[in-house]
Write a protein that binds this ligand. Structure first.
Ligand code: GLU
Length: 512
């Protein structure tokens, strides 16, 4: 895509709860687009809706972006020449521009009470009108500055009657939005309502603040979720009303993220129902008394999460799936983003994470693995060199950092349960006698290959079946038929622990 202006894009979340994974994808696409074009990535907090404000959610946004490394060039915590970057700190600007619209006849004051608005809707329904919104069909019947004399309006204002400011939309116009992803999207103004631009509390609505800020922050491209496409018609009208048409950003509306079964939009219910994370970080919803797990706490690496999210709605058109951030910024292109909904495939997320863990150097995973182990009270932690070997042995076998514990806890304590079925098939007197003596005789030093040679030699001499011996040893160490390289693990555990585990297995067999 050819871009000739200095690219300025913004991620503009509202602090109304935890940042949804779809929001993170919007942030990522904005970030990639900015990086690709040498542009600026801005974070703007859209916090003008006091009723929906949820304490802690702005901090959550900052922490999520910082965990993922999507660090804004400008934003509330980073400053910048276009600040402040929190809408609640920009009220004067909105008042200025709303006055401008009213003076030029593009907006009007509406004093209708909630009861009157309700009545209007009920009448609309009764008459079978196609829409029951506050629009060109009804506004001349309502209590507003279009229907009342300036004297009456003045009197109402003096009385302190509550009012909102609405955008005056003329019917019979066509609005064409050129969307990078969707092509030309046409709206007819006949079906648009006179949106509230300023609420009775004097604060702007999303539409007004969003457009004013995009203009003031010199935003060149608006990259956001599909749910905002229909609002874009109103935004274009606002650009026209302000006389800013020449500065209108280019729009790109990203596809919806669908549930894992592809049926409907992914929601937080999908997380509470099945435990899959739909938020980047853990979140406690105090009102609903629900704990939602995040990608971070589930044990995802930031880059794996980003790589997975990059593919939710975009693909490079080649077979390659694993991309570093640098590569992503090179190949990412908004024109290759698809229109249709992107299915949230959690298995695929796990696959990406597995790939990243597997290809990481143990030392780069050390800190994260230590914190997983501490969380599960593996104290005191072993020296780093032991943990690094543990990581190397396990990293090809896990999908998440958490699985270093859930799949590898037997490195830290003897298994509590055994695969008795597997064991029964392999267990006999000859195998038992052999293991009893050969484990005691395991030679120094505790090196996997030396132990392996010693055991193999013994198996041959006693004419036993290697498969049986190895299975029993595996079950002795891990409780199951699976696990990493057997002798490497045994050498890691050390001779006294190997003997201890064999004794525990014998105790278990005696008890059962
Ligand atoms: N504040 C809106 C949100 O929460 C921003 C939408 C936009 O990017 O224009 O998603």
């Amino acid at each position: 895509m050819k871009v000739d202006r200095h690219v300025r894009v913004r991620f503009a979340p509202s602090p109304t709860g935890p940042l949804h994974i779809g929001g993170v994808r919007s942030a990522l696409y904005n970030y990639l687009f900015a990086r690709k074009h040498g542009g600026t990535f801005i974070l703007r907090i859209e916090d003008t809706d006091q009723q929906r404000y949820v304490p802690g959610s702005e901090e959550y946004i900052h922490e999520s972006l910082s965990w993922l490394g999507l660090v804004p060039d400008e934003g509330p915590n980073h400053g910048g020449p276009f600040g402040p970057y929190r809408q609640s700190e920009r009220k004067n600007l909105y008042t200025l521009w709303i006055d401008h619209l009213i003076e030029r006849g593009h907006a009007y004051l509406a004093f209708d009470t909630p009861e009157e608005l309700e009545q209007m809707r009920a009448e609309g329904l009764a008459q079978g009108l196609p829409s029951t919104s506050y629009d060109h069909n009804v506004r001349m019947r309502m209590k507003n500055s279009l229907t009342q004399t300036p004297e009456v309006i003045k009197q109402w204002l003096d009385e302190g009657r509550p009012y909102v400011v609405r955008l005056l939309i003329q019917p019979d116009q066509e609005i064409v939005v050129h969307d990078i992803i969707r092509g030309e999207v046409t709206f007819r103004t006949d079906i648009l309502d006179d949106k509230v631009l300023m609420k009775a509390d004097g604060l702007p609505t999303y539409h007004l603040a969003n457009v004013v800020d995009d203009r003031h922050m010199e935003i060149t491209h608006v990259i956001r979720g599909e749910e905002w496409l229909s609002s874009t018609a109103h935004h274009v009208l606002l650009y026209r009303a302000f006389g800013w048409e020449d500065y209108m950003p280019v729009f790109a509306h990203l596809p919806l993220i669908l549930k894992p079964d592809g049926k409907g939009k992914l929601s937080k219910r999908d997380s509470s129902k099945s435990g899959i994370p739909v938020f980047p970080l853990d979140w406690n919803d105090d009102e609903e008394n629900i704990h939602y797990s995040g990608f971070r706490e589930k044990g995802f690496l930031p880059h794996a999460t980003l790589n997975f999210l990059a593919f939710l709605g975009w693909n490079p058109g080649t077979e390659q799936e694993l991309f570093t951030m640098k590569e992503l910024t090179q190949v990412f292109d908004l024109e290759q983003v698809v229109k249709s909904g992107a299915r949230f495939d959690y298995e695929k997320a796990l696959w990406f994470n597995q790939q990243y863990i597997m290809h990481s150097d143990a030392v780069d995973l050390l800190k994260a693995v230590k914190s997983v182990l501490s969380k599960h009270s593996v104290e005191p932690l072993l020296p780093d060199d032991r943990l690094l070997t543990f990581i190397d042995l396990m990293k090809e076998r896990v999908h998440t950092l958490e699985e270093f514990w859930t799949e590898g806890s037997y490195f830290f304590h003897a298994p509590g349960q055994y695969d008795d079925n597997g064991l029964r098939k392999k267990w006999n007197e000859a195998n038992r006698t052999f293991l009893e003596s050969s484990l005691i005789d395991l030679p120094e030093p505790e090196v996997a290959s030396i132990w392996q040679d010693a055991i193999k030699e013994g198996i041959q001499k006693n004419q036993l079946k290697p498969g049986e011996i190895f299975s029993i040893l595996r079950i002795t160490m891990t409780g199951a038929m699976t696990g990493p390289d057997l002798f490497a693990m045994m050498a890691w555990l050390g001779k006294s622990e190997v003997l201890n585990r064999f004794k525990q297995l014998l105790d278990h067999l005696n008890e059962n």
